[in-house]
Design a protein around this ligand. Structure first.
Ligand code: MRU
Length: 362
């Protein structure tokens, strides 16, 4: 399928349709718009680890539908019926293991399990239907949260401001609208003239392939730079603020995000450019005390030594491929959430969210 065939769906990262999950294959963007159909939790887990779907809130929503698919499948297969809840727990475990850093994934899977357990003893069909509804709720809440993040973040953006962003924290990385790019969209919607500098984001090129694509469709001016040009543009005074997304925010305000975010934050500090994080409260993990305790996913070295299967380094060279790094809280001017803008000291501003989070997760 090509872009022009997608109509309003062109940036929908996931679609629940006829009891199946359609995932926009983000590996193929921007050249091809193709959906991968998943009808089992295992297929969803594989799509998450293979990066068909990526971005913390998007993989959370996908995993939620994955748990629902496990329940639907168990309803259809006689052999699963007598151990229905066990099958759901197994599906949840497979999904939870698919990627370790973004806490939204574990958060969504836990929420689905709590719903399933609360219905223990009810007919399997009823539980499966309730789980589809719970996944729909997670999806819809994420879109709403992102629009609220935009509403809180837009006033922080100066008119005629240029925002540097890293990776892709847009509609593609979420259920819709985006976190960091949601703030950019909301600023434009209230009449601010904004432009974006997108870092390409080696090795997966989420910035080059996805962020530029999304912004072009919204008519928001975007300029692509290599990751190692971030210092140049900030030193030259071309950047008014940095806004990035997050994969996990620890209780002390340390933020895990795409590998390379940390060096952008350090350069921003050197040049007095304010560095903001935009994320829903589902990305906040009060159980993890600090950045050192966040598990960092190590991906295949082949993603560094090769590009789309073509070698770009001598054969046999050693490479490491950490997918995320941690930006210490002291580099972060504010964290923009759907319930407001959090300021340092983060230990207390994040802790004040505990009752909100509990209420939402009940
Ligand atoms: O490896 P990815 O592409 O899943 O990494 C995504 C990021 O690091 C995003 O910045 C983060 O998930 C926030 S998305 C709103």
């Amino acid at each position: 399928m090509k872009h022009e065939d997608q109509g309003g769906y062109k940036t929908n990262s996931l679609i629940w349709q006829d009891g199946k999950l359609l995932l926009l294959d983000q590996r193929e963007l921007p050249h091809e718009t193709r959906y991968v159909e998943c009808s089992s939790p295992e297929a969803v887990a594989k799509a998450i680890s293979d990066m068909v779907v990526r971005g913390a809130p998007a993989i959370g929503a996908a995993a939620a539908y994955g748990v629902a698919l496990g329940a639907l499948e168990a309803c259809r297969q006689e052999s699963f019926l007598d151990r229905f809840l066990d099958r759901i727990e197994d599906a949840a475990e497979t999904l939870r293991r698919s990627r370790p850093t973004a806490v939204n994934l574990a958060w969504a899977v836990e929420r689905m399990l709590r719903r399933a357990r609360s219905l223990a003893g009810k007919p399997p069909q009823e539980i499966a239907q309730a789980l589809v509804e719970e996944a729909n709720a997670i999806f819809a809440e994420d879109v709403r949260a992102n629009m609220e993040i935009g509403r809180y973040g837009a006033p922080l953006v100066p008119d005629r401001g240029t925002i540097l962003t890293y990776c892709n924290a847009g509609a593609l990385a979420t259920a819709g609208y985006g976190t960091a790019l949601g703030v950019v969209r909301a600023a434009q919607a209230i009449g601010k003239r904004v432009s974006v500098i997108a870092c390409e984001t080696r090795p997966y090129l989420q910035g080059a392939r996805l962020t530029t694509w999304e912004l072009q469709q919204d008519g928001i001016p975007v300029t692509l730079i290599t990751d190692n040009a971030a210092g140049y543009v900030m030193k030259a005074g071309l950047v008014d603020m940095v806004i990035v997304g997050a994969d996990r925010i620890a209780a002390n305000g340390d933020v895990a995000n795409k590998i390379g975010t940390y060096q952008v934050a350090v350069i921003a500090r050197e040049h007095s450019v304010p560095f903001y994080v935009a994320a829903p409260t589902s990305t906040i993990d009060l159980e993890t005390p600090d950045g050192d305790s966040i598990p960092i996913e190590m991906r295949s070295p082949g993603e560094v030594t090769h590009f789309r299967g073509v070698p770009i380094a001598p054969e046999g060279v050693a490479a490491i491929n950490p997918a995320f790094d941690v930006t210490p809280a002291r580099f972060i001017k504010a964290i923009i959430t759907e319930v407001g803008v959090l300021r340092p000291p983060y230990t207390s501003s994040l802790r004040s969210l505990q009752p909100v989070k509990k209420l939402r997760e009940a």
